[in-house]
Design a protein around this ligand. Sequence first.
Ligand code: G3I
Ligand code: 9MR
Length: 581
Amino acid sequence: MKRSYFLLACACALLTGCKHTSSSLEIRLNQVGFRPLQEKTATIDVCTADAAPCSVSILSASGDTVWTGTASTTMLNPISGKPRQLVDFSALTTPGTYTLHVLEQSAQMIIAERPYRSLTRQALRAFYHQRTAMPIEEPFAEGYARPAGHPDDHVLVHPSAATDERPANTVIASPGGWYDAGDYNKYIVNSGYTMGVFLMAYEQLSAYYDTLSLNIPESGLRVPDMLAEAMYNIRWMLTMQDTDGGVYHKLTNPEFESFIRPDECQKPRYVVLKTTAAALDFAATMALAARVYAPYEDVYPSFVAEATTAALQAWDWALAHPAIYYDQNAMNEQYTPAIITGAYDDYDVQGEFYWAATELYLLTQNNVYREAALAYCPAVFTPATWGDVTELASIEWMLHPQGVEEFAAEKKTALLAHLMPYIEEAETISVHRSPYGNREEDFFWGCNSEGCCWRGVECLYAYRLTGEEKYLVNAERCLNHVLGQNATGFCYVTGFGTRPTKDPHHRLSYSHPKGTLPGFLAGGPNRMRQDAETDGVRYPKNVSADESYLDFQPSYASNEVTINWNVTLFALTAGLDALQQ
Ligand code: G3I
Ligand code: 9MR
């Protein structure tokens, strides 16, 4: 043990230009904690490709050495080429708080029976903090009280959305719902996708979520807290439907607000252009909600009927208007005021037709919708994001295959085929022992969620459908990645881990006297780096794709938070936590 410490230290000292000397050596691991019986690994920096495997020891809180071992030979990060070694200490299974030592460096390491319980709860409570139009008050605020923002009881119909019945500048009310993200606007396409992942997660693990107390104003109703929280957004979504069945794309200021408190905002609010994608994501959400909330008719009287009618009308509108896309630049050439906020522009709505038809069938059992779903289903497998909900529909069919067993089996085969190469990479080339993060294209705007956590959720679905352990192991590996075993060494969830994201692009956090709200997942390293130098965003020269991350408020392309990113985080952590229940 001593010998390899010595050799590595010597190699580092002798090499000129060696950046990672023993004193800057980093240990990268899941900073929140491991379940006792799961695989446990850490990634350690080494200074050269031919450095000998490091010796590693793990000490208990009282200073006893409870585990010693040797890291792997050096591997090169497939993206940056940086040398790393992996250490596997899965054999240690006793719950406790430990320190893992390599040379003179150490890192905290936790093993606990329920390491993800608190994380799941806070990731869900993040939605409560995002609520518009009501004050966030104690005892529910848990230290982060604030006044209400954006009542949205005086919203103008933008000329792009005008009809005879609601001419331009008609005032409507569209209160409630969640702020989308670090900004203060509300967007139907992204909300619809979020509700889909949210309610599908609930359906999978309802017994688990029913025991999860969120401490929100509705806690104690005869409805699970999670569904009560979701209802706050669903009620808002319902107000976004026009009288003809169409659905406004978004409710927004003309321009992004500055970084002020939500109750200080004064800018006018508009509902903007009805689009096909908004109508379809809305239809799917309402159909799914009508199914999931059916047992709670006493708490939400007439909701099922209201949501069902809304879904059917939105579907009919979409059939009559199958190709109205949100093209903000084109819209601004035609109408004033110009709208320069988030676009959530989606120019391919086949997957949205497929998802809406699927949910309408599961709700109504009317074969017309099943036939429509089969007809619209895109041929190619694509992972779900706000802009492509194909996979949500396919997962629904895998879980409810009655009558279309062959079709559902094909979808399952496609999901497993999609995961296979990533899982192989986790075993072969990954320096983080992860099925995510080994390719440059893994690092895009929002990748911590849409890339990493969602791949983990896909693995959980694959585990549920096959019972094969490898999928569970790889779901956990994805979580390890966002919680610290990654190229930057950040735990990307605010308020968690020893090196968390602290300065997200989040107006609610930035303007709060107490600072950053807990439980939010940051977007993550983004090789495109679209954020602006004019806002003071400067990445180090030649930074690699997996390190293109700044824990710096102005970096909206790498460090924003959103509802759609948090939903995949809790779907993953809850899926793993539920195994321990
Ligand atoms: O469509 C291309 C695809 O062909 C290409 O392979 C891929 C390469 O990464 O890029 C794809 O386009 C990306 C698009 O998202 C779809 O994923 C763009 O580069 C990328 O700039 C775009 O980012 C979106 C961003 O808004 C800018 O439009 C994010 O997904 C989206 O999450 C984000 O959403 C914003 C809202 O507009 C406003 N509220 C905050 C929210 C989060 O930042
Ligand atoms: O705050 C905005 C964020 O929510 C969006 O994701 C991002 C991209 O559309 O834009 C942010 O707003 C910035 C704007 O685009 C450029 N000027 C600075 C704004 C942030 O203060």
